[in-house]
Design a protein around this ligand. Structure first.
Ligand code: FAD
Length: 317
C-alpha cells in the first residue's frame, strides 16, 4: 500500500522506521535483530536507505595503487523484499542520484515494481568524501527533482528507451526530502522551500524531513511550506540522541542546531548511557508535542539503535 494511503486511512499518528542495509560483510540477521523488537509497534512502512559507491585504493603487485569502487551497504532492493516477506509491511526504498546512471535507476525501479514495492523516496545523495561538492554521474541526475521526473515518467509508461513497445506503467508513490533548518547548500530556507515546491509540482506525494531537535523549527517550516502552496503530507524525521558525541557530530554533519536546553543536559552526561537516556526523554517530549500538532506520522531514524526507539515507542504508541 502507498504511504499516502496509510496516512489517509490512519485514525491516529503513525509510527514508521528508517533502517540501514547491513554492512557488506554482515548478514541480514543483523538487521532483523535490530528490527524484531520494534515491529510490535506496527509500523505500516519501513524505509530502507540507499548508499552510493565509495572508493578504496589497493596496492597492485607492481606497486601502483588501483582505485576500486565498493558499496559498503549494498542490497536495498533485496532488503525491501526480505522485510516485506518477514514482517508483511510496506517498504520505502530510497533511490539516489549520486553514483547511478539513469539506466541503473530504471533497472532498480523495474525490480522494485516486480517485487510489489509501491513507494520510493527520491533523493540526490551527498558528495563522496573525495569530492568537495556533489558531482552527478555523467549519465545520471543532478537533482532529486530530475530523478523524481524519471519515476513519474515510468508511472506514465515512459521508459528511457522510447522504442519499448509494451509500456508497463509503474505505480510508485513518491516521497522527497525536506529540511526544517534548510539543506546545507541552500542559501536560505526560502530558496530551499522554492526547490521543494518544484519537487511537489513535479508530482512528489509527500515530504519526509531531516532530523531536527527543536519543534519550533519544524512548525515554522510547515507554515512556510503551506504558505508556498505545498499541501502534501509532511512527515517529521526524528533521531534519538544516543551518544555524548552527537552533541558536536550532528550539527557538523547535518548542519542543524541543538536547543540550549538539550545541549545543557547532554553536557552533564558522564557517559553514553546517560546521553541515551537524555535522548530518549527529549524524543518522547518532542514526539508528544508533534502528535498534538497533528503530524500524520512520526518517522524514526532507528539506524541500528533499536533500544532508544523501542523506549520511545513504548511511551507513545
Ligand atoms: P535536492 O532536492 O536535489 O536538493 C539539493 C540541494 O540543491 C538543495 O540545497 C536544494 O535547495 C538545491 N536544489 C534543488 N533543486 C535545484 C535546482 N533545480 N537548481 C538549483 N538548486 C537546486 N542520502 C543517501 O545517500 N541515501 C539515503 O538513503 C538518504 N536518505 C535520506 C532521507 C531523508 C529523509 C533525508 C532528509 C535525507 C536523506 N539522504 C540520503 C541525504 C540526502 O541525499 C542529502 O541531504 C542530499 O544532500 C540532498 O538530497 P535532496 O534529495 O534533498 O536533494
Amino acid at each position: 500500500m502507498k504511504v499516502t494511503d496509510h496516512i489517509k486511512n490512519a485514525k491516529k499518528t503513525l509510527f514508521s522506521l528508517e533502517v540501514l542495509p547491513p554492512l557488506r560483510d554482515e548478514t541480514i540477521q543483523n538487521l532483523f535483530s535490530h528490527m524484531d523488537p520494534l515491529m510490535e509497534f506496527k509500523p505500516p512502512f519501513v524505509d530502507v536507505t540507499y548508499h552510493r559507491e565509495e572508493f578504496i585504493y589497493k596496492r597492485r603487485e607492481n606497486g601502483l595503487l588501483e582505485r576500486i569502487t565498493v558499496r559498503k551497504r549494498p542490497g536495498t532492493v533485496g532488503i525491501c523484499a526480505a522485510i516485506m516477506n518477514r514482517y508483511h509491511v510496506d517498504t520505502v526504498p530510497h533511490i539516489i542520484c549520486g553514483g547511478f546512471t539513469k539506466s541503473e535507476t530504471e533497472n532498480a525501479l523495474i525490480d522494485l515494481d516486480y517485487l510489489g514495492v509501491e513507494n520510493v523516496l527520491v533523493l540526490r545523495g551527498d558528495a563522496i568524501k573525495s569530492e568537495p561538492r556533489f558531482v552527478p554521474h555523467e549519465e545520471g541526475h543532478p537533482y532529486a527533482l530530475d530523478l523524481l521526473q524519471q519515476v513519474k515518467s515510468m508511472n506514465n509508461g515512459v521508459y528511457l528507451d522510447e522504442e519499448i513497445e509494451s509500456r508497463t506503467k509503474t505505480n510508485f508513490c513518491v516521497g522527497v526530502a525536506g529540511y526544517p533548518e534548510k539543506h546545507m547548500e541552500a542559501p536560505n530556507l526560502k530558496t530551499d522551500i522554492y526547490y521543494l515546491k518544484k519537487k511537489v509540482e513535479a508530482g512528489a506525494d509527500y515530504v519526509v524531513t531531516q532530523m531536527f531537535f527543536d519543534n519550533q523549527k519544524f512548525f515554522q517550516f510547515v507554515e512556510m511550506c503551506r504558505a508556498e502552496g505545498i499541501n502534501v503530507p509532511i512527515i517529521p524525521g526524528m533521531k534519538p540522541i544516543t551518544t555524548t558525541s552527537h552533541l558536536t557530530v550532528l550539527p557538523q554533519i547535518f548542519h542543524l542546531d541543538l536547543p540550549e536546553a538539550l545541549s545543557k543536559e547532554l553536557l552533564k552526561c558522564k557517559n553514553n548511557k546517560d546521553a541515551r537516556q537524555v535522548g530518549i526523554e527529549w524524543a518522547i517530549q518532542q514526539s508528544k508535542e508533534l502528535m498534538e500538532y497533528g503530524v500524520p506520522c512520526l518517522h524514526y531514524y532507528s539506524m541500528g539503535k533499536s533500544y532508544s526507539v523501542r523506549k520511545i515507542a513504548e511511551a507513545l504508541f
